[in-house]
Design a protein around this ligand. Structure first.
Ligand SMILES: Nc1ncnc2c1ncn2[C@@H]1O[C@H](COP(=O)(O)OP(=O)(O)OP(=O)(O)O)[C@@H](O)[C@H]1O
Ligand SMILES: [Mg+2]
Length: 396
């Protein structure tokens, strides 16, 4: 016997689903489908979450996809079925958003029942797998910290583009944390005007409860979530290493990817982030002082045994006229270089506009290399913003 909730469906379809369900069916009143799972489930009579959510054809496709993608991240123990006219673009978008099955609006109760039963079995299986993870509070998400010994070498540029790229590979999957506690500029690089900042996310009720923490995140139009930097250096200084550690642990339980932008050097907050990280993107400008600094930082981290398992060395501002080759860099730092980003005039323009290159999709050698960096982490290939817009249009 499974618990099923039906949303965005008319009376006739509700009757057919009712005939198909072997268990408890709750039909939500018609009306706008909220994009936020919490608001949807507020409407449940007894507040108990279902195994299967069936969404009828009465809601616009973009709303359905947004809700499904959020449920996929926030409530993976719920399977979502969509009843809608099947077209290839919708099918692909639905799959990406984690929708389990697409049913024709004319499906008979037997077909609907079989699909619900399969979905309920899948939900039960996922709950069995997830429970031990929740109980033992193990980290599930990948925490990727972008660090460099020196300032102005492109940490924020890379962290914001990486976060946007990961969001486009898996919607609603990524949160970006601005840990440049004194002078963080993630909000400006993403064109955001945040209501809350880093201290709000670690102090008070948000630090105790992950549900509350989520309400302190700022959302970017791409679907990326962000913890933006402090309002002033003094406010930033109140954030301790323990705060950072707890924040990243909370976020890693909720998001597939937690990308962390840092201040130059090895502050206590950066060390706390590295301690919680599965990956580090070690960045340097491609010049002699930058590369020497990188070598020293790698040596210190090696001594402290604080280099995460995933280590990605990235050179920025590469310029063929600079006189330094990748081989020279590798010899100096004693390890391989993974990605080389060229100097490009498109980058400062994108910083000034507050639109990362991977959001605008502007054709540029830097865009190509940034995609290469994202693909080291992304589970699915990147979709260009233009392609995504076309799919959404086709789906609605
Ligand atoms: N490959 C590049 N080509 C040209 N300009 C770049 C490149 N990468 C970054 N920049 C520019 O360099 C400046 C500094 O970049 P960014 O703010 O990302 O560095 P940062 O390491 O985060 O700096 P800080 O240490 O001050 O936080 C920005 O104006 C950015 O647009
Ligand atoms: Mg920065």
């Amino acid at each position: 016997m499974s618990r099923v909730v039906l949303a965005a469906a008319g009376a006739e379809l509700a009757q057919r689903v009712g005939a198909a369900v072997d268990g408890d069916l709750q039909v939500l009143p018609a009306g706008r489908l909220p994009g936020d799972p919490a608001r949807l489930f507020e409407q449940l009579v007894d507040g108990e979450l279902p195994e299967v959510l069936v969404i009828g054809p009465d809601a616009p496709a973009d709303q359905v996809l947004l809700l499904a993608a959020r449920l996929d991240v926030q409530c993976p123990g719920i399977s979502v079925l969509l009843i809608a006219r099947p077209d290839p673009a919708l099918l692909q978008a639905a799959m990406r958003a984690g929708i389990r099955d697409l049913l024709d609006p004319a499906a008979d109760p037997a077909e609907i029942g079989a699909s619900i039963e399969r979905a309920a079995r899948a939900a039960a299986g996922r709950r069995r797998v997830l429970r031990p993870v929740e109980d033992s509070a193990r980290y599930t998400g990948r925490v990727i910290t972008v660090a460099s010994p020196k300032g102005g070498v492109g940490k924020t540029t890379i962290a914001t583009n990486l976060a946007i790229g990961l969001t486009s590979s898996a919607p609603q999957s990524t949160v970006l944390v601005d840990l440049d506690v004194q002078f963080g500029d993630v909000a400006s690089a993403l064109g955001l005007v945040p209501e809350y900042s880093l201290p709000d996310a670690v102090q008070g009720p948000a630090g105790q409860d992950t549900m509350v923490l989520k309400t302190f995140l700022t959302q970017h139009p791409s679907g990326l979530y962000a913890v933006c930097g402090s309002e002033s250096p003094a406010a930033g200084d109140t954030v301790t290493a323990a705060d950072v550690s707890r924040l990243l642990a909370q976020l890693a339980r909720e998001f597939r990817y937690v990308v962390v932008d840092t201040a130059p050097g090895l502050s206590e907050q950066t060390l706390a982030a590295l301690d919680r990280s599965s990956d580090v993107v070690m960045l340097s400008s491609m010049d002699v002082p930058g590369v020497r600094g990188l070598r020293k930082e790698l040596d210190v981290l090696r001594e402290l045994c604080m280099i995460p398992a995933g280590r990605h060395v990235v050179m920025n501002f590469a310029d063929p006229k600079g006189g330094l080759s990748v081989r020279d860099v590798e010899t100096t730092i004693g390890t391989g270089v993974d990605v080389v980003l060229p100097r490009s005039s498109a980058v400062p323009a994108s910083t000034n506009q507050g639109v990362p290159l991977l959001e605008s999709g502007r054709r540029d050698p830097m865009t190509k290399e940034l995609r290469r960096l994202v693909s080291r982490f992304a589970a699915t290939p990147l979709v260009s913003p233009k392609g995504q817009r076309a799919k959404h249009r086709a789906a609605s």
